[in-house]
Design a protein around this ligand. Structure first.
Ligand code: HEC
Length: 196
């Protein structure tokens, strides 16, 4: 979203230059370029925004980069790879957290207006979940849930390619997943990085 609007500003600036230099001809060329541009779609990968939230909201701290979860300071975080929840249910868990567990809530107003599970903070008392490390806007909640659905839920064992997609190609975090004997940058017959 952000980079898209930045790019648009760039085009407006370019349009101004184009007008100054080439008048109507410049405008026509620019209009054609804009057409091409919008049909190409956004430059950022669709799940990039969600991955960013996954990192910043520290889902990664408890559920790990691969989403399989495991033990941690929040208790045993459930596997998001193995979860049977639907999109709506995952959205609710992220908005509301889970009472009596280490899963925090990320919607600032979760328990102010009884929006979650029909209860308020008073009723929950001690069993109220803790707040997440930062609150998320509805748009961010949807983005992180879409990321979980696209890249984590239902996926098989995490592998080297998944890991480098998360941390970047050269990350030492991924050494553990590198298939034995694979050269850096080696590809298979189809040109895909080995380990995918
Ligand atoms: C402080 C640790 C912690 C953080 C941070 C955290 N979780 Fe959790 N999460 C948990 C724990 C613990 C559970 C298991 C709750 C239970 O036992 O029912 C859980 C459960 C879940 C579930 C329910 C899975 C199921 O199958 O029932 C989802 C979905 C989920 N987390 C998504 C997220 C997302 C997305 C984020 C980031 C926005 C996040 N969590 C951040 C600890 C955490």
């Amino acid at each position: 979203m952000f980079s898209k609007s930045k790019r648009r500003t760039g085009w407006v600036a370019l349009a101004a230059i184009g007008l100054g230099l080439a008048g109507a001809a410049g405008l026509t060329r620019l209009a054609a370029a804009e057409g091409r541009l919008s049909s190409e779609g956004p430059m950022i990968k669709p799940n990039e925004a969600g991955m960013k939230v996954y990192k910043e909201a520290n889902c990664v701290g408890c559920h790990k980069w691969h989403g399989d979860g495991g033990g941690g300071y929040g208790g045993a975080a459930l596997s998001l790879r193995a979860t049977a929840l639907t999109k709506e249910q995952i959205m609710e868990v992220v908005r509301c957290g889970r009472p009596n567990t280490g899963m925090p809530y990320f919607n600032r107003d979760a328990y102010a207006a009884k929006e979650c599970y029909g209860v308020g903070r008073e009723e929950l008392g001690e069993s109220a979940p803790m707040a997440g490390p930062r609150f998320l806007r509805p748009r961010e909640i949807e983005a992180v849930v879409d990321y979980v659905l696209a890249e984590i839920r239902g996926k098989a064992e995490p592998n080297y390619a998944d890991c480098t997609a998360f941390f970047g190609d050269s990350s030492r975090m991924c050494q553990h997943y590198r298939p034995a004997g694979a050269e850096a940058g080696a590809t298979d017959a189809a040109g895909r990085p080995i380990g995918r």
